[in-house]
Design a protein around this ligand. Structure first.
Ligand code: SAM
Length: 272
């Protein structure tokens, strides 16, 4: 049995009872980084007076997951195996998806526990009312691909969430300002931690504000969808008169265009 266990994104208190149980009961702890996993278990056992017992810690990360999964036998999962990434939900901008795919393809029983994730926490904090949103993970590191993705995000028909590294945040905001300075953004810094902070406003205004503040820490960016361009077509009276509409409707339209009463227009349109 394989269980994917989400872990706190800052506040230790966000570990769930089910996550603690799974961590306690597992024999093998597959983890993105064995040092991070060991440290978390120590912190949890100190805070909650727990004894996790002896575990086998095995590193499974972006760079070795293919090789690892290619070499193990599915019977590896006959015992209780947990996977945890460094923080948050495995498989969300973290390793985990390949492991799930492996389990699906081999009929291995697996479970994913719900729990902390920065993207969902930031969206819930954004106050954006739309229920649909799109998650882009991290933007591509290369400049041109980044700008292209930002263009896609700004043109997207729903709100968009992405993760951003602190050393790139101002540059990314500058790029957004160049494309659409009035775009409404929500920025979440250091979620669940002591220095948690929310920022909401137009891109230009947030850029100016953040240029004066310390940027160090973890960030989620939520971009409000664009207002879209309203189609605006200007037609003269003659062109309006030529529209293939019922005379009643046309009279209303012409009346709106030049202010003469609908009745007058209707009479004019129906006169031979
Ligand atoms: N799997 C994680 C999750 O479910 O949120 C995300 C892992 S990803 C490698 C790490 C990125 O998530 C950070 O660079 C940051 O953009 C975002 N992040 C993680 N924890 C955060 C926090 N406490 N506050 C703000 N952003 C956070």
């Amino acid at each position: 049995m394989l269980t994917l266990v989400p872990t706190p994104i800052g506040n230790l208190g966000d570990i769930t009872f089910r996550a603690l149980e799974a961590l306690k009961e597992c024999e093998v702890l597959l983890c993105e980084d064995t040092r991070v996993a060991k440290k978390l278990l120590t912190l949890l056992s100190d805070r909650y007076s727990l004894d996790f017992g002896q575990k086998r810690f095995v590193a499974l990360h972006e760079h070795n997951q293919k090789e690892f999964l290619g070499r193990i036998d599915p019977s590896f999962f006959d015992r209780a195996v947990v996977y945890m990434s460094d923080a948050g939900m495995p498989g969300i901008s973290d390793p985990g998806a390949m492991l799930v795919r492996y389990a699906q393809e081999r009929g291995i029983e697996y479970d994913v526990l719900p729990g902390p994730s920065a993207a969902i926490t930031a969206y819930a904090a954004s106050g954006f009312l739309e229920t649909d949103f799109c998650f882009f993970g991290f933007l591509p590191p290369k400049e041109q691909a980044r700008l292209q993705t930002l263009g896609q995000i700004l043109a997207h028909s729903s709100n968009t969430i992405f993760y951003e590294a602190p050393h790139r945040l101002l540059k990314t905001l500058q790029a957004i300002v160049q494309l659409d300075p009035k775009r409404i953004l929500f920025l979440a810094k250091e979620l669940t931690k002591v220095h948690q902070k929310y920022y909401k406003g137009e891109a230009q205004e947030l850029l100016e504000r953040l240029q004066k503040e310390p940027i160090k820490g973890e960030w989620v960016v939520v971009v409000r969808k664009g207002e879209g361009r309203k189609a605006s077509v200007e037609l003269g009276i003659e062109e309006l008169m030529g529209l293939p509409l019922p005379k009643k409707e046309l009279a209303k339209l012409l009346s709106k265009a030049d202010g003469r009463p609908v009745k007058e227009w209707y009479e004019l349109l129906t006169k031979d």
